[in-house]
Ligand binder design. Structure first.
Ligand SMILES: [Zn+2]
Length: 379
């Protein structure tokens, strides 16, 4: 799993009055976690108070970033102070910050009319049109596949890119997907940029990436959640599935907890209103079923599965329960090379990429896409 953070020059359309009011007076705090017990305290506060951890941090290495409601703020800060954990205010009013961000994005868009699709946060329809255009422009290299409809009926499409129409069984397949978590907007442009560099703007030195590898690129795994995050709730994370047998109050499932690997055991909350609700059963979500079906269809040939998330500069690999697969040294070696390349191109103010096991570097969890792929691929 690769986690990218890209920073765009500036930034989205005119703010609709009150659009972000749900986050009025919500605040975000940097928390100087020192060790595993501090991280555990944050996990407990997430469970007991319902605070939203934006970035988990790493003891003594990098701060955690946590959003709290006005009602949660006092208890949260008192718990930190009681445990001697240093903290500082990162965002005083999340709604105001989101409004400023939208205004910045609107002015960026008006100043750069001819921007490329990956230099923005394109809506589902724009991404769909781009993939249709790419498929029509490169018919000898590209096949556009419709995996099927999302819960709300949006077609979930992916591109197969190959010089041999996927018929050469000796070629490895690289499978890249993005936007499993709705609010992680920066991930889809990463997938689109990859398409662009493979097809529209390929460097001579990258020709082998096209000749020797077959690609599957799925830019939006969770289109319902993504569109909802664009129109209604910027910080929506889950799918938008409705299951009245599960809850009449809250909808959606954390797609990256919904895979059939140690399902519903670690790093999840059984409350359907939680952002970390894994679903009533593994693969309850049609969106995760499509990812599963791609993995299973191409199982013997998939050499790399790259599930792109944000935010935080990490290159993470399995397993999320802190154990390592047999090829961990090999993966770590590749991850370190990836991290080093990205470090060389990152903005000066961005953090260096941390490379390691997801359970150890980030936090233990279960039901994740990368763990499922690793087990299924039996590497
Ligand atoms: Zn994510």
């Amino acid at each position: 799993m690769l986690k990218f953070l890209l920073v765009f020059c500036a930034c989205v359309y005119t703010v609709t009055a009150g659009k972000h009011d749900a986050y009025r007076s919500y605040s975000v705090h940097n928390v100087q976690v020192r060790d595993m017990s501090d991280l555990q305290l944050l996990q407990d506060l997430q469970l007991n108070l319902g605070v939203d951890i934006w970035e988990h941090g790493m003891g003594g290495v990098r701060d955690a970033v946590v959003m709290v409601s006005p009602e949660q703020a006092r208890s949260f800060l008192e718990a930190l102070d009681e445990n001697g954990i240093a903290h500082s205010l990162h965002i005083a009013d999340v709604a105001k910050s989101l409004e400023e961000h939208e205004n910045d994005l609107a002015s960026y868009r008006s100043s750069r009319q001819n921007r490329m699709i990956f230099n923005d946060y394109p809506r589902y329809a724009e991404v769909d049109a781009y993939m249709e255009r790419i498929a029509a422009t490169y018919p000898n290299l590209v096949t556009l596949v419709n995996a099927g409809p999302s819960f709300e009926g949006r077609d979930i499409k992916y591109l197969k890119i190959s010089t041999t129409n996927f018929t050469d069984a000796s070629k490895p397949i690289y499978f890249m997907d993005a936007m499993m978590h709705a609010r992680e907007w920066v991930t889809t442009p990463v997938a689109l940029y990859s398409i662009h560099r493979l097809l529209e703007n390929r460097r001579p030195e990258d020709q082998d990436l096209l000749d020797d590898i077959d690609w599957i690129i799925l830019p939006i795994v969770n289109p319902d959640g993504y569109e909802f995050s664009q129109t209604d709730n910027r910080l929506w994370r889950k799918t938008r599935s409705v299951n009245l047998n599960v809850s009449t109050e809250c909808i959606g499932v954390d797609a990256n907890r919904n895979f059939d690997i140690e399902f519903n055991t670690t790093g999840v909350f059984t409350n359907p209103c939680s952002n970390l609700f894994p679903g009533p059963y593994a693969f309850s979500e049609v969106e995760t079923q499509y990812v599963r079906d791609i993995l299973l269809e191409y199982l013997p040939r998939i050499q790399l599965y790259n599930d792109i998330h944000s935010h935080g500069n990490y290159v993470l690999f399995c397993y999320a329960n802190k154990t390592l697969p047999p090829n961990a040294a090999h993966i770590h070696h590749i991850g370190a090379a990836m991290g080093a390349i990205m470090d060389s191109m990152k903005l000066p103010q961005a953090r260096f990429y941390l490379v390691g096991n997801s359970g150890l570097v980030l936090y233990p969890t279960s039901g994740s896409a990368d763990d499922y792929a690793q087990v299924r691929l039996r590497i």
